[in-house]
Write a protein that binds this ligand. Structure first.
Ligand SMILES: [Zn+2]
Length: 382
């Protein structure tokens, strides 16, 4: 049976009750220093238009290492990675017109820890964090029943987070192996097609629609942001409000994605499907610079949805496969001929060769299903 690894994040609150003042101020100092390093790296990346980790690391690592000589060097390493990812998403958001700032800054109180910078003892629920001069700080982690499932998993990376109220959290990414069912030529699949306001899923036997209204939600938030920009003059307040609404929008849309994923997975279980099939969006990469704003924002959400569905599906023991999406809504799933719009209705498509007449959404789902068998099962095109 195929085995795949998925990541699960465990969130721990650090027990600071018995931690002395000196240790707490050492931790705070570490956050400040790390934030300065990340910001210096972002600034450098911005100035030189560097979007790759390798280039940034190459340009700055040695120098930063010398200036922060007592800091464990892996902090510089993870700071380069964090800076690259912040700068990359800044550029992406800027392109989509979703970012008002001129330059990116890192205000977060977050430290990325790789396995050289922290140790975890899941039996005793303790973590050690590497600090200046090769010393380690031991911290007790608050834990509950929810954390028990992590005991037999491998810890990967972690993030240490300091909140404004002084609370300290440690988020640890664990890797877990999931055993997925073997897929033979007779495997049942569910294909998923994502449109702006609806997610359509199914196969040759059934078609279901999940209304997301995502486009409507996004437009509403877009207008809200425009109003804030024109009405609120104070820059700081404006930025705070924009950030708040952006967070709400993302939260709202993601919540819908999770519900959709849940519905699709339970339907898969119900009909005995073992594979979820989605479009491979990587092939759209070449028109990354396309000016069509709605399309790009949609694709951004689409990818987020795919990640959520893939993760949840694997967690529930379902395979996830991606297929070439070209022409899935414009060719006939029966004979492969080009479809034309039917005169009988706006959303209906018709094949002149074999006479098939079906809803646009159903066409896409049936083509994705068929393509899965072609690409993965070597089935012959009819
Ligand atoms: Zn046809």
């Amino acid at each position: 049976m195929p085995v795949e690894e998925i990541k699960l994040t465990a969130r721990f609150k650090v027990d600071l009750t018995d931690v002395d003042e000196a240790t707490i101020s050492e931790i705070h100092r570490l956050f400040k220093e790390y934030q300065r390093i990340v910001n210096e790296l972002i600034e450098y990346a911005h100035l030189h238009r560097i979007t790759s980790f390798i280039s940034l690391h190459h340009a700055k690592y040695r120098e930063l290492r010398q200036r922060h000589s007592t800091l464990p060097s892996n902090y510089i390493f993870t700071a380069c990675r964090l800076a690259t990812s912040i700068y990359e998403s800044f550029i992406e958001l800027k392109k989509m017109g979703m970012c008002e700032k001129e330059r990116p800054t890192f205000k977060g109180q977050v430290i990325w820890l790789d396995n050289h910078l922290f140790k975890l003892d899941v039996e005793g629920w303790r973590a050690s964090i590497a600090v200046h001069g090769g010393r380690w700080i031991a911290l007790r982690l608050l834990h509950g029943r929810y954390h028990d499932k992590f005991k037999d998993m491998k810890p990967g990376e972690a993030r240490l987070m300091l909140k404004d109220n002084g609370n300290l959290y440690l988020n640890v990414a664990f890797r877990r192996a999931v055993v997925l069912p073997e897929v033979g030529a007779d495997a049942k699949v569910i294909a998923v097609d994502v449109n702006e306001n609806v997610i359509v899923y199914g196969n040759d036997d059934f078609i279901e629609r999940f209304e997301t209204n995502e486009g409507i939600i996004r437009t509403r938030y877009f207008l809200k942001r425009r109003r804030i920009q024109s009405k609120i003059r104070k820059r700081e307040l404006q930025a705070r409000l924009l950030g708040k609404y952006r967070g709400r929008e993302r939260h709202r849309v993601e919540e819908i994605y999770y519900r959709a994923a849940k519905e699709i997975i339970s339907k898969a279980k119900e009909v005995g499907a073992t594979v979820i099939v989605m479009e491979n969006l990587e092939v759209y990469k070449e028109d990354k610079d396309s000016r069509e704003l709605n399309g790009r924002i949609h694709r951004w959400g689409y990818k987020r949805f795919q990640r959520i569905l893939e993760y949840q599906a694997k967690l529930h023991g379902l395979n996830v496969k991606y297929v070439d999406p070209a022409y899935t809504s414009s060719i006939c799933p029966i004979c492969g001929d080009e479809l034309e719009e039917s005169l009988n209705g706006r959303r209906l498509m018709r094949c002149r060769r074999c006479g098939l007449e079906e809803d646009r959404d159903a066409i896409a789902v049936r083509n994705l299903t068929r393509r899965y068998y072609e690409e993965y099962m070597d089935a012959k095109t009819p």
